[in-house]
Design a protein around this ligand. Structure first.
Ligand code: AMP
Length: 282
């Protein structure tokens, strides 16, 4: 396993791999890796000859008052995990390596990027699409792996790739949770013990919502109301949104269908903004 810092070096390695006929998987991350990232890496290693894990805290997807500076980093621990799972390369460029041009080009997936997380984070997905496009052009993977924890991100990237004919297959990977039920996230490290207890309300309310739907509740408004009440009954929580949407258009759904919907939420627990969801597809 090798850590590569420059675009020219990774391009040289990829060129040799392509000549040898190897398939390439890419797992884009911001590092501080946990078992959720590990699951993406495992899938890539299983299904490709070579796996590149990018570890890059991308400045262009952070808003002015977000946690860019304090975002957790630990490249030594990340390297150990990638190596233990059989990854071949960590691509870990400096921001100055990735953004050394005029950098005028962003990508907006109109109609999808403005919704949900895009309301509180209006520039976020333009930055995500920008860096993911750059990584696709640099690494030229056959497959790329994205977690369903960031469901809106997955839908946006999949749509961008279809719209712009990127020659890469986007592979979704299920959410990995801690034993308690909390979705794994690098940002969980910000939570105090008390906040962690309150953070459990996100996965708990999703479980309850799923049960209610299975028991016949089809009215989104009613379900969302119950979820709001449940989360708000926990200290330190402030709801950003709870939405039930179509899995392709991300449009609100009033009457919950049998399939192809997602229940999505974003909640501040203390100062930390957490997201979670469950998806029902056919
Ligand atoms: P991040 O480092 O948070 O930008 O995440 C990098 C990739 O890992 C994204 O595709 C995420 O959706 C995915 N990911 C993060 N947390 C989880 C999780 N708990 N389960 C599955 N995938 C995850």
């Amino acid at each position: 396993m090798k850590i590569v810092k420059t675009i020219s070096e990774i391009r040289d390695i990829v060129k040799d791999w392509r000549k040898a006929g190897y398939s390439i998987g890419l797992v884009p991350t911001m590092g501080y890796l946990h078992a959720g990232h590990g699951s993406l890496i495992e899938q890539s290693v299983k299904n490709n000859d070579k796996t590149v894990v990018s570890v890059f805290v991308n400045p262009t997807q952070f808003g002015p008052n977000e946690d860019l500076e304090k975002y957790p980093r630990d490249i030594d621990r990340d390297s150990q995990l990638v190596e233990s799972l059989g990854g071949d390369i960590i691509f870990n460029p400096e921001a100055s390596e990735m953004y050394n041009t005029k950098n005028y080009t962003y990508i907006t997936v109109q109609g999808l990027s403005e919704k949900l997380c895009g309301i509180t984070r209006p520039t976020h997905f333009a930055g995500v699409c920008q860096v993911v496009s750059k990584l696709f052009h640099i690494v030229m993977p056959d497959n790329a792996y994205f977690g369903l924890k960031d469901f809106q991100q997955y839908v946006i990237i999949k749509t961008m790739v279809e719209d712009l004919n990127f020659p890469v297959k986007i592979n979704p990977v299920n959410i990995v949770r801690e034993e308690s039920g909390i979705a794994m996230s690098s940002r969980n490290v910000y939570l105090t013990d008390d906040e962690k207890k309150s953070a459990l309300s996100l996965s708990d309310t999703l479980k309850k919502a799923s049960q209610l739907i299975n028991n016949g509740e089809k009215n989104s408004k009613e379900l969302i109301k119950q979820m709001q009440e449940f989360i708000s009954s926990h200290p330190y929580t402030k709801i950003d949104y709870i939405k039930i949407v179509d899995i392709n258009t991300l449009e609100d759904i009033a009457e919950i269908p049998d399939n192809n919907y997602a229940v999505l939420l974003a909640v501040y627990v203390g100062k930390t903004r957490l997201i979670d969801n469950f998806v029902q597809h056919s």
